[in-house]
Design a protein around this ligand. Structure first.
Ligand code: FES
Ligand SMILES: [Fe+2]
Length: 339
């Protein structure tokens, strides 16, 4: 079961070109492409004739052509030509998906198309703000998307999973504050007067003591934005003055493919040393290495969960953010089931 009536990031904007692009979102195979104008089209990835995925096909002008027997569809999903007969079979029509392009991503609406409103695309305004720089990538994970949400809402794992980059012992000692409402959860952790870990020391360009923060924000259906950074110790960052520090937002958009597979779009947007393109790609490559460490853990965890259906997950204090997020997802699934 997946949450319906939400926008899901299906790809980065530069990934969708003229070549049909197939991706399954919440169990629904979708084909996307750009019309000659650059506008996006998204349809069910299934030819109504003999059910070949249309992502195996190609574009001819404005028409999407099936690779098997050449059925042609216009940008509204209407069949405009079929082989060996006059006229068009009335059932030869494609289901169309609302699609939008915003904040460097392409989004598809899963659910009732009548409810699709671009105003409800998650607010990632930093990602298209010229004062910030954003770069990232996508990983395909063989795990349920909620394991990723758990992981991102509990950063105590950094100490053990990412010891050489962002992990440090103080993360385990600093208390977390968890707040939530009907659709979101926030986990806040401040670590005062600590040594900056390697990643942050190089961005702060200082090994002096610092105050470090991690503020994880979950919103439906499965988005986690993490406000992270460090500032020189005692310079007022916790009270809102970050002028002696560096800030990044770790963007995490989880798009379920199936119950046990997820398209994970990740990146970091930052407002420091924004002109340094080398740094942009070093950060992206560093993040890629960090998230590869998570991938190994999460896929092994998923395998064991499938192997042991009799075992429950135990929830400790550190899990409060993920537990709250799961509760909100459950409530929303129940509400949708009751519709
Ligand atoms: S399967 Fe597409 S035209 Fe036959
Ligand atoms: Fe991690």
């Amino acid at each position: 079961m997946f949450l319906q009536d939400y926008w899901y990031a299906v790809a980065w904007d530069h990934e969708i070109k003229r070549q049909p692009f197939g991706r399954t979102v919440c169990g629904e195979p979708i084909v996307l492409y750009r019309q000659t104008s650059g506008a996006l089209s998204a349809f069910e990835d299934c030819c109504p004739h003999r059910l070949l995925p249309l992502s195996k096909g190609f574009l001819q002008g404005e028409h999407l052509v099936c690779k098997y027997h050449g059925l042609r569809f216009d940008h509204c999903g209407n069949c405009v030509w079929m082989p060996g007969q006059e006229g068009i079979h009335k059932e030869a029509k494609l289901r169309i998906y609302p699609v939008a392009e915003k904040h460097r991503f392409v989004w598809v609406w899963i659910g009732d198309p009548a409810l699709a409103d671009e105003k409800n695309i998650p607010d990632l305004s930093w990602c298209s703000d010229p004062n910030w720089v954003f770069e990232g990538s996508t990983y395909y994970l063989k795990c349920n998307y909620q394991l990723l949400v758990d992981n991102l809402m509990d950063l105590s794992h950094e100490t053990f999973v990412h010891p050489s980059s962002i992990g440090q012992h103080e993360i385990l000692e600093a208390p977390i504050k968890v707040t939530s409402d009907a659709t979101s959860v926030r986990v806040t952790r401040w670590m005062h007067n600590i040594d900056p870990p390697p990643f942050w020391a190089s961005n702060l360009r200082s090994f002096e003591k610092c105050d470090r923060w991690q503020i994880c924000n979950f919103t439906l259906p499965a988005n986690v934005m993490i406000d992270v950074g460090v500032a020189l110790a005692g310079t007022g960052a916790e009270n809102g003055d970050r002028s002696k520090g560096v800030t990044g937002i770790v963007v995490n958009l989880m798009t379920p493919e199936s119950e046990t597979t997820t398209w994970y779009h990740w990146g970091m947007v930052r407002n420091f040393q924004t002109e340094d393109r080398g740094l942009t790609f070093r950060i992206r490559d560093g993040q890629a290495a960090v998230f590869a460490e998570d991938t190994e853990i999460l896929e092994a965890q998923q395998e064991n969960i499938l192997r042991r259906p009799d075992r429950e997950l135990l929830n400790f204090k550190i899990d409060a953010g993920g537990v709250n997020a799961r509760r909100i997802i459950e409530r929303e699934l129940a509400r949708q089931g009751a519709k």
